[in-house]
Design a protein around this ligand. Structure first.
Ligand SMILES: [Zn+2]
Length: 286
């Protein structure tokens, strides 16, 4: 009986401790604007998660190449910014299409002037080649404007990791956030541990969100290797994202908890790194 009570206390103690731990979710798709935002926040509240903020994007889903329609992109970015103005917990993530060339550069500059700090690009759904020179021009411009480039990195396309790595080293002044950390090809990114040991080839501009991949890794045969990778890319360079609505934040936070990282490492990934990377203070997010 005593053992049972102790177990109960331990379980509830743990539960309440977790409820105090704020989370910044860097990867949320708001496909239907305000109604998606409300559904997302209700889902987070139901999971007893204290949200320190979230990165919301309007972009996502099939048939969203959006090339050759800069007016539509502009309208979507504006509607998204209007939504974020009403919800200070939301970090608005804009989108352009790299193949729109000058129109894409102009739109990036326009939204940056309106306070956008993150640009989402998705080679698979937007149907572009990350090795195209128009992509490099765009991400370099983002660096000049202080905009972080969030790239899908689920390795849907062949050579995804290699292409993104190559873009990142050609644009050393731009910060990149690679979503899903390479998916099941996450092992590639251990190369950063070696890159860091070279004197002249030093790049500190790559960050990773572990959305989706963390769920596969937790309690799996590859869990140790995944944790080893997080430490090799640098715990300070890892952020948490859910990829809602595909994956709920509760499931993602739970998977992070099960990796066996230290409390300190978890806190960095759960909230601290994202606030630093996106230049947000806690007060802004609460
Ligand atoms: Zn996504």
């Amino acid at each position: 009986m005593i053992r049972y009570v102790l177990a109960l206390v331990a379980a509830f103690g743990t539960h309440f401790a977790h409820a105090d731990e704020a989370v910044f979710d860097s990867h949320v798709h708001l496909r239907e604007g305000e109604s998606s935002l409300r559904a997302y926040e209700a889902d987070v509240a139901a999971a007893h998660i204290k949200l320190a903020g979230f990165g919301g994007m309007w972009f996502g889903g099939p048939n969203q190449a959006l090339q050759g329609d800069p007016a539509k992109i502009r309208a979507n970015n504006d509607a998204h910014l209007a939504l974020a103005a009403k919800h200070p917990e939301m970090l608005p993530i804009a989108t352009v299409h790299p193949y729109d060339g000058q129109d894409a550069l102009d739109e990036l500059a326009r939204v940056a002037a309106r306070g956008v700090k993150v640009l989402k690009l998705h080679p698979h759904t937007q149907k572009f080649d990350a090795a195209d020179p128009r992509v490099l021009a765009l991400v370099r411009k983002a660096g000049e404007l202080g905009v972080v480039v969030l790239f899908d990195n689920a390795n849907i396309l062949p050579g995804d990791n290699e292409r993104l790595f190559n873009v990142a080293i050609q644009a050393p002044k731009t910060k990149f956030l690679f979503a899903h950390m390479g998916g099941m090809n996450f092992r590639f990114w251990n190369i950063l541990a070696l890159v860091r040991t070279t004197e002249k080839f030093f790049f500190d501009n790559m960050y990773f969100d572990i959305s989706a991949t963390v769920i596969l890794a937790a309690d799996s045969p590859i869990e140790d290797e995944f944790v080893w990778t997080l430490r090799n890319v640098g715990i300070d360079h890892v952020v948490l994202g859910s990829d809602y609505p595909q994956i709920p934040l509760g499931k993602t936070v739970d998977a992070l908890r099960r990796l066996g990282l230290s409390d300190d490492e978890q806190a960095k990934i759960r909230v601290e790194n994202a606030l630093r990377l996106f230049g947000r203070t806690k007060a802004q997010s609460e």
